[in-house]
Design a protein around this ligand. Structure first.
Ligand code: SAM
Length: 478
């Protein structure tokens, strides 16, 4: 008998292997059952009706049936529904951020990651606080307001005190037009006490990718170091939330194990967080394994073709409509364009994945974590987003106004987030256009702001217009 307990604190219970296998068998059995798939889509479509509370999620079983479905018409309906849900929950806004690599020292042995301890081909580097300040200034000069800090796991080189000091440096680096307003943190699984200290340091989202939900595969891919402990890693978000971090981010590194297994595991993880804490994941990231120093993605035979990758993105959007979804510069412009239509709400732009990469004129490769496919500048990305009909946003207001965790979810689920976010996105885009944009992007941007202002609810339009006028005369950060 399956011991599947969504509320259990044990990883092996809430990501139950047998339950995933049964789910996959059930989904495969129904892969030609268009009627079943349509009834599941109908349940998700209820989120679009105004009278509905907008909180309906699909179970991992229902979503897995859709993933396995081979009916081309149903698959077209999945794409359309994902687009509609993205519009209903997030509008056409896309939030921008950049990763900031602090240190590539790492004691783990992850077979897919160039930071692995045995890799002698990359120089090891850790930024000093002075170097962090320089990186942050370079990022601010591009226009960024939101960062995600990244570091390998190394208690000697990158202890928690180093991460905390770095956070203080980042938030404290005031430069020309203000400061970085939100710092998300992607560091290895740690203790509840350490999460408490990160919370006190005012981090935004705590992001930790599961890499793979398949325990046996996980253990094979993580032969040494603290990350080798599957349960410690998988239960990390629970510890973070127990420590008071409201916003946590999930992710799978697609390519390490079969995608259907990972997809079911990811949704079970979201169901677990929602069942235990009343709040699901604030974000879900969808990285795919990339070539890197000492790493050949062909060593992992579970790579997903773009078409299936897009279907996964669409189904995450449908199954967990409230979650933010992130795609990084690991992906090409073409893949990112499709992903944005299907439900991604946050992207990185102008990214460099090397430690200390932003201060250099040319893109350095020696300490890079992985190859960056989308190498355009932030300004090029902003111009392109607008050409594609998206509204670039640098907004961090929810977090700063305390709309995190269940408060954010409530706003998002009942559609109110749109009323706040649309005007805030316009203000932060206005700031970008005044301070950083090229003339061509600025021209495009102000036209977009004019058009978008007309869509701001009546009660807020006058205020937004007034704030934008003040931004043009030098006021910032409303
Ligand atoms: N040390 C932290 C941890 O263990 O979670 C942060 C790790 S790393 C800086 C951030 C993420 O990069 C990892 O969680 C992994 O999913 C991803 N990554 C590692 N190697 C990669 C590769 N070759 N291609 C794409 N992404 C990779």
């Amino acid at each position: 008998m399956i011991r599947y307990d969504v509320r259990s604190p044990r990883a092996d219970d809430f990501i139950n292997h047998q339950e995933i296998l049964d789910t996959l068998a059930y989904a495969a059995m129904h892969r030609h059952d268009a009627a079943l798939a349509r009834s599941i889509l109908e349940k998700a479509r209820a989120n679009l009706t105004p009278a509905h509370d907008h909180g309906t999620t699909l179970t991992h079983r229902e979503a897995s049936v859709l993933l396995a479905c081979e009916d081309p018409e149903v698959n077209a309906e999945i794409r359309q529904l994902a687009r509609d849900i993205k519009q209903a929950y997030y509008g056409n806004r896309i939030v921008l951020f950049a990763p900031l690599y602090l240190s590539n020292y790492c004691v783990n042995g992850c077979l897919y990651c160039p930071y692995h301890a045995k890799n002698r081909d990359i120089p090891r580097r850790k930024l000093t606080q002075e170097e962090i300040r320089a990186e942050v200034i370079a990022l601010q000069d591009m226009g960024h307001k939101r960062l995600a800090i990244e570091a390998g796991e190394d208690p000697a080189h990158n202890p928690l005190s180093y991460i905390l000091e770095s956070l203080e440096t980042i938030y404290g680096t005031k430069h020309k037009n203000g400061a970085i307003r939100r710092v998300n943190v992607n560091i290895a699984a740690t203790t509840e006490d350490a999460y408490r200290q990160l919370k006190a340091a005012e981090i935004g989202t705590y992001i930790l990718f599961q890499e793979t939900y398949h325990r046996a595969r996980y253990e094979e891919l993580h032969p040494s170091g603290p990350k080798a402990d599957y349960a410690w890693h998988t239960e990390a978000h629970d510890r973070a939330m127990a420590a008071g971090i409201d916003d946590v981010g999930l992710g799978v590194l697609f390519g390490l194990e079969g995608y259907a297994y990972e997809f079911a595991g990811l949704l079970m993880h979201a169901e677990h967080l929602e069942a235990v804490f009343g709040v699901g994941p604030h974000t879900i990231s969808v990285p795919r394994v990339k070539p890197a120093s000492d790493i050949d993605p062909d060593d992992f035979d579970n790579g997903i073709p773009d078409e299936m990758f897009e279907k996964i993105i669409a189904l995450i959007r449908i199954a967990v409509p409230y979650t933010g979804m992130i795609i990084s510069t690991r992906e090409s412009q073409e893949v990112r364009a499709a992903a944005l239509q299907l439900g991604v709400s946050q992207i990185s732009g102008g990214s460099r994945t090397s430690v200390g990469g932003y201060v250099d004129e040319a893109r350095p490769h020696d300490t890079e974590q992985f190859d960056v496919s989308d190498q355009r500048t932030l300004d090029e990305v902003i111009g392109w987003l607008m050409d594609e009909g998206h509204l670039p946003s640098f907004c961090t207001a929810c977090y700063r106004a305390g709309r995190t965790g269940d408060r954010f979810m409530e706003f998002c689920k009942n559609g109110q987030i749109l009323d706040f976010c649309q005007p805030n996105a316009l203000l932060t885009l206005g700031e970008y256009l005044c301070d950083y944009a090229s003339p061509a992007v600025a021209e495009k941007g102000w036209k977009m702001i004019d058009a978008e202002l007309a869509r701001v609810p009546d009660g807020r339009r006058a205020l937004a217009t007034d704030y934008l006028a003040r931004i043009c005369t030098g006021a910032r950060d409303f």
